[in-house]
Design a protein around this ligand. Sequence first.
Ligand SMILES: [Zn+2]
Length: 136
Amino acid sequence: MSVPFRQSDLDAYLDEALPAEEMGRLEKALRDDAELMGRLQTIHGRRNAGVHSLGAIWRRRRLSCPSREQLGSYLLGAVPDDVAAYIAFHVEMVGCRYCQANLSDLQGREAESQEAVQNRRQRYFQSSAGYLRRAP
Ligand SMILES: [Zn+2]
């Protein structure tokens, strides 16, 4: 018997804030669990009626997400320990897909800029090497 889904899981599902793995597990369960589907529809209906749990509002507005600047500093190891711990928890444990995407984008940019620096160094080296060779 698998772990039953909680109300907060269903909320997160509707916000697409569940980790991908859980998302898949829930979708699979929904296919043959009419009771679960009923619960999901109830939440969905309540949302459309404007009744939101505080958790849903937080997730929706991403109030718990660190800013992009914070994520960038986190990658550089330039945030205080408690902030780093919060971000690690948020991204790895909560599995916030928004922040995961943001982080991998930032990582990609950083790798890119490091490559650019390397290329520039190499060009500089090659041009000075060429200059040296040509020098009498
Ligand atoms: Zn987030």
